[in-house]
Ligand binder design. Structure first.
Ligand code: DC
Length: 227
């Protein structure tokens, strides 16, 4: 029997990772956060003092970079050359670097194989920007999860403020709008909804409602498959 892949794509701050992680846990699927992989490469590039604009320099650094996902008590940990960087990658600076490195074709190719391999090993729920369009075009379930920029900015602001990071609502909204623009207009694998993806707008939904809505879509699609 083949494994089931669920592809969840959408812009930053739509609550994708929280919703996807919870949905995967309830289904007993492995959750794969591909954004964390781009962030880890962003961190590696930042530490080497390479500019986010230096595509050739970023590509040249790839042979020295190894990214792995490990699972500890059900939680995903991101390993950069065996160092656990799960927390270090969650800063606005590294989000910015991640967006830059994700526009470099060599970086996308580098991660494509890793991500496809993970889908061959078990039932997975993978979230990102190009999972339904590029990485797993044959996934039986595809969801495009989004919310208004204002809603996403407010959620991200609360999340960062809770972690004690010094940010303003305005700067968070500005970052989100800017990253949307970069992610949607880049030449390789721009963020867009796959034709066969179900659109889910969570602007007016609570977290619990969003998780339920995702689970419902997955159940319906996987039931359709077995009919
Ligand atoms: O989801 P996130 O904020 O952790 O993603 C970090 C960056 O990586 C974001 O700018 C978009 C990019 N990304 C991507 O291009 N493709 C993916 N599959 C996942 C993330």
């Amino acid at each position: 029997m083949g494994y089931i892949s669920v592809a969840i794509d959408g812009p930053s701050g739509a609550g994708k990772s929280t919703v996807a992680r919870a949905a995967a846990a309830r289904l007993g699927y492995v959750y794969v956060d591909t954004g964390a992989m781009y962030r880890a490469i962003g961190l590696a590039v930042c530490r080497r003092g390479i500019s986010g604009e230096d595509a050739a320099g970023i590509a040249a650094a790839l042979p020295e970079i190894e990214i792995r996902l490990a699972y500890q008590d059900g939680a995903q940990r991101v390993l950069l050359n065996d160092e656990d960087v799960s927390d270090a990658i969650r800063t606005p600076e590294i989000a910015h670097y991640a967006s830059k490195v994700s526009a470099v074709p060599e970086v996308r190719q580098f991660l494509l194989d890793v991500q496809r391999d993970m889908a061959k090993k078990g039932n997975i729920l993978m979230d990102g920007r190009d999972i339904g369009t590029v990485i797993l075009p044959d996934a039986p379930v595809k969801i495009f999860l989004t919310a208004s920029a204002e809603t996403r900015a407010e959620r991200r602001y609360l999340e960062l403020a809770e972690k004690g990071q010094q940010v303003t609502r305005e700067s968070v909204l500005h970052d989100i709008v800017e990253r949307d623009r970069q992610d949607m207009t880049r030449a390789v694998a721009p963020l867009r909804q796959a034709e066969d993806a179900v659109l889910l707008d969570t602007s007016e939904m609570t977290l619990e409602e969003s998780i339920d809505a995702v689970l419902q879509i997955i159940r319906k699609k996987t039931e359709d498959q077995t009919k």
